[in-house]
Design a protein around this ligand. Structure first.
Ligand code: ADE
Ligand code: ZN
Length: 330
């Protein structure tokens, strides 16, 4: 199965670039920027990566991102993710980035987007991997602050495909960002949001009905409400599921209890993703491997999951079809 998974062409639709920050690179960048981090060895870092909930993880994740200062830092971070993706037969990625994590510390929006975009350009040239960027608003901050970020993004609009919503879910429902999402859609950005990771099904209803999202990140808690499941299917909206993230953040206690198979059986369109691979113990193929093993997924299931990753991407129809044709040959 491992080599079968390796050989499947696939796309990744739920990936936070700040969550790909491997300790080795973090140490290197911290050193060249002369920033102190509270860890001395890679073992110490890895030990700190045990989480009881989403907030536990977010505290460490924002701390790690704080060593990113220069355009080259963002380039190196992003290019390093592409290098890992290339060897996993990843053909297309839709990368989330959190501008506010950096602009709050005085790093300019331009520095962030230029570093990431240049790596995307080089990855296309060197590996043939296509990519889109998703600008995510931090939901623990205010809508007013999200508006500032939206305005900062306008000069770079051609580099950004979609807007997302991430960070601490509980207590920060999608409706808090109703106006900024409306304005973002007016600017031509596609709306998506994290919903139903720790928040209940009500958060997913709001993402659909208030923000008008075209994709839902996680969405596990949709299973609490069968009317919601029917509505998601009716709207043909995909859920970007992240198995290793779910077990690392204790959203799912054991991979054997992961709801993915149930979601598929109900007719939900799901994809497999790594979310924050440097923190959750595995990149994209490892997520396929571990969920396959835990739920005894068939080769046909795996191919369907990979098909969904292209079908529910924001690629143009004819490019999607080229990828799907290749998957039909397997
Ligand atoms: N930011 C990075 N990873 C996240 C996740 N899994 N949920 C919410 N916000 C995030
Ligand atoms: Zn996420």
């Amino acid at each position: 199965m491992k080599s079968f998974i390796q050989n499947i062409p696939k796309a990744e639709l739920h990936l936070h670039i700040e969550g790909t920050f491997e300790p080795e690179l973090m140490f290197k960048i911290a050193k060249r920027n002369q920033i102190d981090i509270p860890f001395k060895t890679i073992e110490e870092v890895k030990k700190a990566y045990t989480f009881d909930c989403l907030q536990d993880f977010l505290d460490i994740y924002y701390q790690g991102a704080s060593v990113l200062i220069k355009e080259k830092d963002f380039y190196d971070l992003t290019y390093s993710y592409f290098q890992k993706s290339a060897i996993q037969n990843v053909r297309h990625v839709e990368i989330m980035f959190d501008p506010q994590t950096h602009t709050e510390r005085g790093v300019s929006f331009e520095t962030v987007i230029n570093g990431i975009s240049k790596a995307c350009y080089d990855a296309k040239k060197n590996y043939g991997i296509t990519s889109f960027l998703i600008m995510s608003f931090l939901r623990h901050l205010t809508e007013e602050e999200a508006f500032i970020t939206l305005n900062q993004s306008i000069p770079f609009k051609d580099k950004i495909k979609a807007v997302g919503l991430d960070s601490s879910e509980k207590g920060n429902p999608p409706s808090k960002f109703k106006n900024v999402f409306k304005a973002a859609v007016k600017e031509g950005y596609i709306p998506i949001a994290h919903a139903g990771e720790e928040g209940d099904a009500g958060y997913i209803w709001e993402a659909l009905d208030v923000l008008g999202v075209q994709r839902i990140d996680h969405g596990n808690n949709a299973l609490q409400d069968l009317n919601l499941v029917k509505e998601i299917i009716k709207r043909d909206i995909a859920l970007t599921v992240c198995p290793l993230s779910n077990t690392a953040l204790q959203v799912v206690k054991n991979m054997k209890n992961h709801p993915l198979k149930k979601m598929m059986e109900l007719g939900l369109k799901v994809t497999i993703n790594s979310d924050d691979p440097a923190y959750f113990g595995g990149h994209l193929n490892q997520n396929y491997i571990e969920i396959q093993r835990a739920l005894d997924l068939t080769k046909k299931d795996l191919i369907n999951l990979a098909k969904n990753s292209f079908k529910y991407s924001f690629l143009d129809k004819n490019i999607k079809n080229k990828h799907l044709e290749e998957l039909n040959q397997l």
